[in-house]
Design a protein around this ligand. Structure first.
Ligand SMILES: [Zn+2]
Length: 102
């Protein structure tokens, strides 16, 4: 019984770490906050911190899943041929560029 509680505690702490990472913050910070201050407090802290959109964009660009539109500089999918923000066609050189960078 007690072991189950410990395992659930660690699972919740891990999930909160992953959730914090998906919001553009540190996985380890979310995990450690939940481990040391209980998952409930970790959850609350992660919930009140803002989503780091810039970091999420950087991760997407680094992973090669996204690229910047040469016209409007919005982040769009790497295999997009047309920007969904400004509707301009993405030139072929830009289209192939993220593949060459990696
Ligand atoms: Zn655009």
């Amino acid at each position: 019984m007690e072991l189950t509680v410990y395992i659930l505690y660690i699972i919740f702490a891990f999930l909160i770490g992953k959730w914090n990472y998906s919001r553009g913050n540190s996985f380890w910070l979310g995990l450690l906050l939940s481990l040391f201050l209980t998952p409930l407090i970790g959850f609350t802290i992660v919930a009140i911190t803002r989503v780091e959109k810039k970091k999420l964009e950087e991760r997407e660009l680094k992973s090669g899943k996204s690229k910047k539109c040469p016209t409007c500089a919005e982040v769009i999918r790497a295999d997009a041929r047309k920007c969904r923000y400004c509707n301009s066609e993405v030139p072929y050189s830009v289209y192939i560029n993220p593949l060459l960078k990696k």
